[in-house]
Every structure is written in C-alpha cells, then in structure tokens.
Design a protein around this ligand. Structure first.
Ligand code: UT7
Length: 317
C-alpha cells in the first residue's frame, strides 16, 4: 500500500484562556500542584459562540486553504472526536456541508479518543488507496469542557478545547509506517447517549502507567517494521497529556529533549486535537521544514494507542 505525507495543517483554538489561577477559583488546587504534576499552566475553553463544530470547521478551512489543492480533489474527510455536537450527523458531515466539500466521497467520524487523529490518518490512507483521489482531510477536535465535571479537581484541570487538521496525500513511494492498537478498558470513560450526565472519569495513575509503556511500544514497533531508529526522526510529536509522560520517553531513548515537542503548558490535554494542533504550531513557528520526518504518537481512552512515521511536505504556513 502507498504511504501518506502531510502537505498542510490548520488549527481552530478557542479564545478563552483559563490559567491555573483561574482553575483554583473553581476547585481546591494550585498552579504549583498542576504544573509540577503535568506541565500545564493554562488551557483554552470554548467561549460564547464557539463549540466543537466551529473549531473543527476553522481548522479544516485553514488546512485546506494552505494546501493549495482544489477541494474537489479530496477523497475523504475523517474526523476524530469524542465530544461531537451531535451523535448524528457526524462532525465530518457537518464540516463537509460548511465547506461545500465533494459529496461523492466517504465522510465519517471515528472514536479513538486521544489517538483519534492518528487513527484518522490511517483510515484516510486506507480509503484513499482504495479510491481514485489522492488527497484526504483529517481533523482532530474536542470540546472537552462539555464533559468536564468542574467540581472534580482530579480531571477538570487537565483538559482543554481545540481542533487541528491536516491535508494528506497518498504517494506511491512515500516512506510511511504506522502502528494502531487498543487494550480495551474503562480507565478513562465518558458516559454515552441516554446518560443523565456525561463526564470524564479517569484513573490517572493507571492511565499514566499505560502511557509510559504504550508510547515506546508504538515507536519500537514502527522502528522494527521500518528499520529506522530515533536518529532518522526529526521531530516526535506525542499526545500532550502530561510533560512527565514525555520526559519518561525522552529518557528511555536517550534522545535530545528538543526532539520531543511539548505545548501542554499553554493548551492542556486536548485529546484528539493535541497532536495536530502541536504539529500546526511547529509548522507556523518554522520548526518543521518540508521533507522532515515526523513521528506522531497518540494514546488514551479505549485504551487506544497509535503512531505514524511520515514525511511532512508542506511549504510555508
Ligand atoms: O488523554 C488521556 C490521557 N490521560 C493521561 O495521560 C493522564 C495520566 N495521568 C496523570 O497525568 C496523573 O496521574 C495525574 C496528573 C492525573 C495525577 O497525578 P498523580 O501524581 O497520579 O496524582 P494522584 O491522582 O495520585 O493524586 C495525588 C493527590 C491526591 O491527594 P491525596 O489522596 O494524596 O491526599 C489527590 O486528591 O493529589 C490530589 N489532587 C489534587 N491536588 C491539588 C488531585 N488533583 C488535584 C488538583 N490539585 N488538581
């Protein structure tokens, strides 16, 4: 099967900044506790007029306009989210309508929690390889504030809202390797349709243990299949749940710290949006150059884990 490359990215970020001091007005916590445990100083929450859908549309529109392709060249639209505005229609269908995207292509949401964007890349690759068109639009978006219990200090301080998107292209000889998996489990869950209230519940310690073993498992599997090593990777963009989780991985590989990007300090954990928004930020800052190799890694509710090693072929953001 052909590989994929990323040709552009975009983001939709809410306007309301909530600092740790702001969170300390809601629950018994402190900047010191939150920052030392997680590396988070602030996050973005949706303000009036912003929601899962508006963020997703903004991210998708930006990625598309930066891609330089005609939107009729798109062969699929895939959206990873666990906080969709509607159970049906899917967020992807609503993005399709808002941006007047082609009607004769598969358009769907996937639920793989914080691994949703990377699962989305792989689903898009499969669909594009089976079809005629070369380009796909993949989005990761969350409005987690809708499902946070703002009285539960063990969860509400960790998460934020946001959306990230990428336009990808399938190419015959593009170097690409991936790993997708899941363990099954309720270590993190959100009640579904019909529940009186849907909130995030998490056994933080269990998820931390899972994360520090899942990330190397994903990366090692990709290295085994591709014959590559950490030296071949220019940037590693892991799910931005906790700085300590990423520090564990940096240590394990003896890698230079700057190879592993971190931006949870300003955005918290935005689940499916965290990897694409971090990638977009790096591109905008000129930190990623065209032709560089990225290792993207996600893990989260499910318990899902996913990774993709691929080339970034964008021009200028
Ligand atoms: O995207 C999904 C992926 N999710 C993750 O990757 C999360 C992974 N887990 C973690 O990042 C960490 O487990 C947390 C940051 C969530 C928690 O850190 P921890 O070191 O595991 O803390 P803890 O849950 O064991 O809590 C330690 C103490 C408790 O008090 P006692 O029982 O020791 O008196 C908590 O009640 O800290 C207390 N605590 C807080 N204190 C101040 C919990 N939340 C807070 C808070 N502020 N916000």
């Amino acid at each position: 099967m052909e590989g994929i490359t990323i040709i552009s990215t975009g983001a939709g970020l809410p306007s309301r900044v909530m600092t740790n001091e702001d969170m300390a007005k809601l629950v018994d916590t402190s900047d010191e506790w939150i920052f030392t445990r997680t590396g988070i100083h602030e996050r973005r929450f949706c303000a009036e007029g912003e929601d899962n859908l508006s963020l997703a549309i903004a991210a998708a529109e930006q990625a598309l306009s930066r891609s330089g392709i005609d939107k009729n060249e798109l062969g699929c639209v895939i959206c990873g989210t666990v906080t969709a505005k509607y159970a049906s229609p899917s967020t992807a269908c609503l993005i399709q309508k808002a941006l007047e995207l082609p009607e004769d292509i598969p358009v769907l949401d996937i639920n793989a929690a914080c691994a949703g964007f990377i699962y989305g890349l792989e689903v898009a690759r499969g669909l594009l390889c089976a079809g005629e068109r070369k380009y796909g639009l993949v989005i990761g978006v969350e409005e987690l504030t809708k499902v946070l219990d703002m009285e539960d200090r063990s969860t509400c301080v960790l998460f934020g809202d946001g959306a990230g998107a990428a336009v990808i292209r399938v190419e015959q000889d593009a170097p690409y390797e991936s790993y997708l998996g899941a363990k099954g489990g309720l270590e993190i869950f959100i009640e579904g349709v019909g529940a009186e209230r849907s909130t995030v519940h998490m056994d933080g310690k269990a998820v931390f243990r899972f994360a520090v073993s899942a990330i190397p498992k994903v990366i090692n599997s990709i290295f085994e299949k591709s014959g590559k090593t950490m030296e071949d990777v220019d940037h590693c963009i892991c799910h931005q749940a906790n700085a300590r989780i990423i520090d564990h991985v940096v240590k394990k590989y003896g890698a230079p710290e700057e190879k592993f990007y971190k931006n949870m300090e300003r955005f918290g954990n935005t689940s499916a949006a965290s990897v694409p928004t971090a990638m977009n930020e790096m591109w905008e800052k000129g930190m990623i150059k065209s032709g560089e190799t990225l290792m993207l890694v996600g893990f989260g509710g499910g318990l899902t884990m996913a990774g993709a090693m691929l080339k970034f072929n964008g021009k200028e953001a």
